[in-house]
Design a protein. Structure first.
Lengths: 152, 152
DNA sequence: CATAATTCCTCTAGTAACTACAGGTTCAAG
DNA sequence: CTTGAACCTGTAGTTACTAGAGGAATTATG
């Protein structure tokens, strides 16, 4: 069958070095189907081609931008078909952008409150510590309202 | 022994209602030691006092501000001793603030790149889709450099 | 008061996206 | 041919919950 030349193919360690992705993570991506199974040596060790490295870099870059593994899976599927319309890819990217913006907004609110909290505190006793005090107050914030997904 | 009057104590469902925290989460917080075990009815159902609700609100507020469960545990310990100096509480809050600011910075970078990515894409074909293209390029970004903790 | 509906109980497993072993092979260098 | 490094599989741990099974207790209704 299509046994590619294993000479000049990369071991998993080399791929790790080349991409900065941990060995375990590479195996993990294979396990969840993001990376295709590479050829193996007779002793069952993985041997990768340059195409695997390209694909892995794509994955890493997307993950780095905060795309979920599922989103990456979609993007890879789309990338595989160059003649398809790119609406979907666009949509995924825009959804991600919206999510990132939402997280930023939420975190800015947090930062503001934390600043207030931390600023009141300069080496006194717990008894009059702003940090504890503010956390104990429930007036300002949502509980009990409904809880919502927090952006951590 | 010190069996408090269970009349006028709240069921777990009431506590959930009062705080907006799910029943399962309340039990979970007990399990990991954030909430003390409440009294039980003869039939082993939990009955909470107002103090439990206060403590739970403290926890929820802190979690809402992004403090980790471990940080919350620390804060609760500190809050229990009003005569202790408040340096530690201060430190925890400042660390949290720094973490939040770091996440914001990182997410702003992401948003910027995502904007560039999404803006180039207006209903063409995948073959010349910016989204896919940018992800496939590895020049601009860190791989392979070392990976670092991403702020998701 | 009897029954039905609701709430509660414990325990286990699942989520995301990896990371970290343990215990054993295989490979490449000397 | 013998090390020692790199590799293998498989399982369990991480964070902070969430969801479900299967059954008991409580509360509401007739």
């Amino acid at each position: 069958m299509a046994t590619t030349t294993l000479e000049r193919a990369y071991s998993i360690g080399k791929v790790s070095e080349a991409t900065g992705c941990k060995v375990e993570t590479i195996r993990f991506y294979e396990q969840i189907g993001l990376l295709p199974e590479p050829e193996r040596t007779e002793g069952k060790q993985r041997r990768y081609l340059a195409s695997h490295i390209d694909r892995l870099r794509f994955i890493l870059h997307a993950r780095d931008l905060g795309f979920s593994v599922e989103a990456v899976r979609e993007l890879l599927k789309l990338a595989a078909d160059p003649s398809a319309p790119c609406e979907q890819a666009d949509e995924i990217a825009r959804a991600q952008l919206a999510a990132v913006r939402a997280k930023i907004a939420r975190l800015m609110d947090l930062a503001e409150e934390l600043e207030r909290v931390a600023d009141g505190c300069h080496g006194g006793r717990i008894a009059d510590c702003r940090v504890i005090e503010v956390l104990a107050e429930h007036g300002a914030c949502s509980h009990g309202g409904a809880r919502y997904d927090d952006g951590r």
